[in-house]
Design a protein around this ligand. Structure first.
Ligand code: ZN
Length: 420
């Protein structure tokens, strides 16, 4: 384990790098700099000159983990000497803290000369806090409120979580995961898009390997579970990312729930009740989140249960093979048949049998006519926000998903009230 001194990730509120003048043909760059102010903007500045008028300037930048390349065309008057800047508004197009950004300029003059500056990179850091940092293996954990022991306890939980994800599901994390622990919910919300509200406990940006959580010292045990949950999503993303398809949602959420630890009582009750009343969702219908927010608890409980059945009965190697198959963009039915020798319905039937549940007859969650509350009143201690992070991750794949997102948001509110 490597312990870093009090950080300094970005002591200064902004970073400015000035690179030595460079020239190609007739074009010379005299200043190439940037200034970051999380969460508002990054300002890129360029000064250049040439023997003929500079007529075209392009800024090309890319976020680590994203395939998309962005281009911007700053305003300037064509001239032999130019100074221009481009302000990247990160309020408009949200960028999480900790993302590495790479950029370069392309400059063209009227005589046909072109200069491409060498690519530069920087970390878009949240410099409003004085972060402490601990790292181990692929994990980098940053926090600013709470003792060294607090940070250490969270890092230990994360490292243990990663070991378990590998040991039980054969999923390895190959790329760095940055975890930012905010000291209050207000602070966390201040680092997120405005669409998040008071029920947001954490968010993972799996493709960038970044996790943001609000964990105070008084909520350490909740924080550990939430951290491992989100970490599992990042690990699953790294293991299965491909341009053609996604890992089934029940598998992703089920793995995250499973790695958290024992199923908490509201979920266990929801599952048992559904078994007793013969209204389990079909495995096929778990491919999409429930339309009725009141059924979210059962959705997660079932996802957990199917994953537990898979791990208990098929083991690590088969789970690892499943991940590798999904990485090829394979559909759920094909992957299950190839790896387990079972169709989705076949797995559904075996899993139901293992629970002592009746064979499948119920409709999917979006079509269920009489949804019933699934979280027992008083199931958790007052003020507990356990479960909220879980609800949050279900939002992320459907950002901008309109009605469904609104419905799920309502579900989260509902959920937290019921739990309180
Ligand atoms: Zn989740």
């Amino acid at each position: 384990m490597k312990r870093l001194p009090l950080v300094i990730i970005l002591l200064v509120l902004s970073l400015t790098w000035i690179f030595p003048a460079q020239a190609q043909g007739e074009i010379t760059v005299t200043q190439d700099s940037y200034l970051t102010s999380f969460p508002t903007q990054v300002k890129f500045t360029l000064e250049a000159r040439s023997s003929s008028d500079i007529v075209r300037i392009t800024l090309v930048y890319q976020l680590a983990g994203e395939a998309a390349v962005n281009t911007a065309y700053p305003e300037f008057q064509p001239s032999k000497e130019i100074k221009t800047e481009y302000v990247w508004n990160t309020k408009k197009s949200y960028v999480p803290p900790g993302v590495e950004v790479e950029y370069y300029w392309r400059i063209e003059d009227a005589a046909g000369h072109t200069l491409k500056t060498p690519p530069k990179s920087f970390v878009y850091a949240d410099t409003r806090y004085t972060w402490q940092q601990l790292s181990r293996g692929k994990l980098v954990l940053s926090w600013y409120r709470g003792s060294q022991d607090f940070g250490q306890a969270l890092l230990d939980a994360a490292a243990k979580g990663l070991e378990q994800i590998d040991r039980e599901a054969g999923i390895k994390v190959e790329r760095t995961v940055k975890i930012f622990v905010y000291g209050s919910q207000a602070d966390l919300l201040g680092a997120l898009e405005p669409r998040h509200s008071e029920w947001t406990g954490g968010v993972s940006f799996s493709e960038m390997g970044i996790i943001l959580l609000d964990i105070s010292e008084g909520r350490l045990s909740w924080g550990k579970r939430a951290l491992v949950h989100e970490l599992t999503h990042v690990a699953v993303h790294q293991a299965t990312d491909n341009p053609y398809g996604e890992v089934p949602r029940w598998l992703n959420e089920g793995l995250a729930m499973y790695m958290e630890g024992d199923l908490e009582s509201p979920y266990a009750s929801a599952l048992n009740q559904a078994i007793k009343e013969n209204r389990l969702f079909s495995l096929r219908s778990l491919s999409s989140y429930p339309g009725d927010p009141r059924q979210v608890t059962l959705y997660y409980a079932e996802s957990y249960s199917v994953v537990k059945y898979l791990i208990d009965n098929f083991g690590r190697e088969k789970m690892a093979q499943l991940m590798a198959t999904f990485k090829e963009g394979t559909t759920q039915d094909t992957a299950l048949t190839q790896v387990l020798g079972l169709s989705t319905d076949g797995l559904d039937a075996q899993w139901r049998q293992s629970l002592g549940a009746k064979p499948k007859a119920s409709p999917g969650p979006t079509r269920s006519a009489t949804p019933s509350p699934t979280v027992p009143v008083g199931g958790l201690a007052p003020g507990s926000r356990q479960g909220l992070v879980i609800l949050l991750c279900l939002f992320l794949p459907i950002i901008g998903g309109g009605l469904l997102a609104v419905a799920l948001g309502a579900g989260a509110l509902y959920f937290s009230r019921r739990k309180a």
